[in-house]
Design a protein around this ligand. Structure first.
Ligand code: CA
Length: 219
C-alpha cells in the first residue's frame, strides 16, 4: 500500500487530488495546514507528500525545511509559477514541482516517477557490511543472510531511520512493539543485545546513559 499525504488548504483541489490518486490505487490522507502535516508525519509512515506552498500558518517552504531531514519524497503543488519559487522548492529538497492548474494525467505521471525513483534508492539500505533489502526484508552481512525475528527486523529499521539519534527505550518499545511502554526495558535491552550480536554491531549500537540506544553511522 502506497500512502500519500496531501497538504492543501483549498478543499476543491484537495478533493480532486484525493479522488484522482485514490482512483489510481493510492491511499491518501488530506490535511489543510502545515502544522497538522508536521504532526501527521510523526505518527504515520508516508511514501510521498504533495505539498501546497501557500498554506495558513506554516507555509509549504517552512514545512519543507522540517520534512527534508525525514527523507520523505515531496512534490510541491502551487499556483505560483515564478521561477524563483520553483528553484527555492527544489533547493529545499523537493523531488518535483507542479504548477496549478495541472492535468490529472501529468500529476499521476509525476507521482509515479518520484515514487519509482525513491523506491529504487530506498529499496536497499547499507551500513558498513550490512545490507537490508526493504522489499524482501532480507538482511545480509558480508553477503551472508542474517536471520532476524520480526521484532529484531523492526528494531533494525527503526535504528536505520534514526541514525546517530539517541532513541529512548520508551520510544523503541512503542515503535517496535506497538504497545504502551510499561517499563519493559529488559525486553528492549534483550533485543538490542541480540541484534548487536547478529550483526556484529557491538560498537555501532551504543548505550546512551539514562536514555536508551543510538546507532552510530559515520560514513
Ligand atoms: Ca493554498
Amino acid at each position: 500500500m502506497i500512502r500519500i499525504l496531501i497538504v492543501e488548504d483549498e478543499k476543491p483541489i484537495a478533493d480532486l487530488l484525493d479522488m484522482s490518486l485514490t482512483a489510481a490505487g493510492y491511499t491518501c490522507d488530506c490535511l489543510m495546514s502545515g502544522t497538522a502535516a508536521a504532526d501527521a508525519v510523526g505518527e504515520k509512515r508516508y511514501d510521498l507528500i504533495l505539498l501546497d506552498v501557500m498554506l495558513p500558518g506554516i507555509d509549504g517552504f517552512e514545512l519543507m525545511e522540517y520534512l527534508a531531514p525525514l527523507g520523505i519524497p515531496v512534490i510541491f503543488i502551487t499556483a505560483r509559477s515564478a521561477v524563483k519559487d520553483k528553484i527555492r522548492g527544489l533547493k529545499l529538497g523537493a523531488d518535483d514541482y507542479i504548477v496549478k492548474p495541472f492535468e490529472i494525467a501529468e500529476l499521476l505521471a509525476r507521482v509515479e516517477t518520484v515514487l519509482r525513483r525513491c523506491r529504487r534508492t530506498d529499496g536497499t539500505i547499507t551500513v558498513g557490511d550490512v545490507t537490508v533489502d526493504t522489499q524482501s526484508r532480507v538482511v545480509t552481512k558480508a553477503g551472508e543472510v542474517v536471520p532476524l525475528t520480526a521484532k529484531e527486523y523492526a528494531l533494525l529499521l527503526l535504528f536505520l531511520q534514526n541514525r546517530n539519534i539517541a532513541l529512548f527505550r520508551e520510544t523503541i518499545y512503542e515503535r517496535v512493539w506497538e504497545n504502551d511502554y510499561m517499563g519493559d526495558s529488559r525486553t528492549v535491552d534483550l533485543h538490542v543485545q541480540r541484534l548487536r550480536k547478529k550483526l556484529g554491531w557491538q560498537e555501532r549500537i551504543t548505550a546512551v546513559y539514562k536514555v536508551g540506544y543510538r546507532l552510530e553511522v559515520r560514513e
